[in-house]
Structures are given as C-alpha cells and as structure tokens.
Ligand binder design. Structure first.
Ligand code: GLN
Length: 261
C-alpha cells in the first residue's frame, strides 16, 4: 500500500452533545462526518458526557452551546477535564467550542443568576452575564476570521453573557455585523493554537465550508504529523450558497460595526 492509499482517519470527541445542543449545534458533527468522507477521511466519533472519562487521544474536540441551566449541570465535570484539554490544545488538537461551550472553555462564567461557574481554562477569556434585565446579544453575524484561509464566517448568536479576552487570547474574528464577544470591542470568539471558540450557531459548519476544511486539515495534521498531505481543494457548492445567503441576511438585518481604524 502506498502512502496515498493509506486510509486516513481522525479521532473526534464530542462533549456533552446530549446536554449542550441548541440551534442545531449537533449538526456540526453531521457536517464534519460528511465533509471528511468527501475528502476520503473517516471521522471516528467518541461522545463524552457526564460521568464519562476522556479517551486517551483526540484530534478534534467539539462542544455546542446550552443555556445557563445546562451549563450549571456540566461546568464542574468539564472543568475537571481542564488540564487534559489544555494539554491537548498545546499539542495542536483542533477544537471548536460554541457559545455556552465556548464560555465554559474560558476561565469562568458568571451566569445571569450570579452563580460563578468554573471554566476549563482552554481560552484566556472571562464571561459575565450582566443579569436578567439586560438585553441579550441576538441575531445573524458576519465576521472576518483572523484564522488564515478561513475568511468570512457567518452564523447566528443568542447570548446574555459578555466575553472579554485576557492578555494571551486572540480573537477568532472581527465582527462586521452583529455583536460577537461583548458588543463593544468588535471581537468575536477566541483562538489558542488550533482551538477555536465562537458564539456562532447555525449550525456553523454546514454553511462555513472553509472553516470546516480548516478543522479537518488541522485534525489530520495532529493525527499524521509533519508529513500530513494537505487537503485537496474540493468544491462545496451547497455550503457556498448557504454561506452567501446567511451573509446576505446578516448584512440586511444586523447592526453594522463601525470601526474607527
Ligand atoms: N447561557 C449562555 C448565555 O446566554 C449561552 C447561551 C447559548 O449557548 N446560546 O450567555
């Protein structure tokens, strides 16, 4: 068997997808399997939920969003996996944490009731929900990703929590339409090595094919090491159309972020 014929696979861990699944975040796993298969890559998915241990290895970790109530259920368990998740992030394991999952991948989240939830500490971000009387950040988002090759990303946000980046966090994207991390500083999400946190639901991956391919490529690099062959450029006509439509909706309906620089 030549190197080219070698079957390629990635080890995917989904965290609490039976608890954390709002706005069809589980659709990210479906899109991932389908797109990986188009690239000739098998996605070997291990669900991890409350009371489960993490597997020994992973190439890609996914977690979706959830309301404060669900976050209170998982926060302690997730935080106990913090050291392993941070080690994986340092090793270049790809990660995608959405909304409530993103908040809990940060240092901490003070929820709308004032409860202080511990975070897994993957991202140097802190989130505070100002309280029930405050408006939530809701709507369609269009943002320019800072991750090379990913370009413009689009999705739907709905969060009370405001997230602030610490000194070592880098934003995942800069908002063009919508709120992003806090509605103030123009940042959206955070990155650490190959880990990405973001407020964008949607599902996100079916309509952001460049991000989906980026995550698959990063997972393959972690799995295969330095000689990992780059992904072929495959067309994604339906995903491209979904992306264009969602971007158009965000431009039409959401507030535009005006930047001075
Ligand atoms: N409970 C969090 C908030 O409202 C996250 C909500 C979500 O994941 N959609 O800020």
């Amino acid at each position: 068997m030549t190197l080219e014929d070698r079957p390629r696979s990635i080890r995917v861990v989904t965290l609490y997808d039976d608890v954390m699944n709002v706005y069809a975040d589980r659709g990210n796993v479906i899109a991932l399997r389908a797109r990986a298969a188009e690239h000739g890559v098998e996605a070997d998915v291990t669900p991890v939920s409350l009371d489960d241990a993490l597997p020994a290895d992973a190439d890609l970790v996914l977690i979706g969003g959830g309301q404060d109530r669900e976050q209170r259920r998982i926060a302690g368990h997730l935080a106990s996996h913090g050291p392993q998740l941070r080690d994986w992030a340092d090793e270049g394991v790809a990660m995608l944490a959405i909304c409530g999952g993103y908040q809990l991948f940060g240092q901490s989240y003070r929820d709308a009731s004032g409860a202080e939830l511990p975070g897994a500490g993957v991202f140097d971000v802190t989130t505070v929900a100002p309280g029930l009387g405050w408006p939530r950040c809701i709507g369609d988002v269009l943002a320019a990703s800072a991750v090379p090759g990913v370009g413009e990303v689009t999705g739907f946000e709905n969060h009370g929590g405001r997230t602030y980046l610490g000194p070592t966090a880098r934003p995942f994207a800069m908002v063009e339409y919508g709120y992003g991390n806090n509605g103030d500083d123009g940042t959206e999400g955070a990155t650490r090595d190959e880990a990405i946190g973001t407020y964008l639901h949607g599902s996100l991956l079916p309509k952001n094919p460049a991000l989906l391919d980026h995550l698959i490529a990063a997972a393959l690099r972690h799995r295969e090491g330095a000689d990992s062959a780059p992904l072929a450029r495959l067309p994604a006509p339906y995903a491209d159309r979904a992306h264009a439509t969602a971007a158009q909706v965000a431009r039409r309906r959401s507030r535009r972020v005006i930047r001075s620089s």
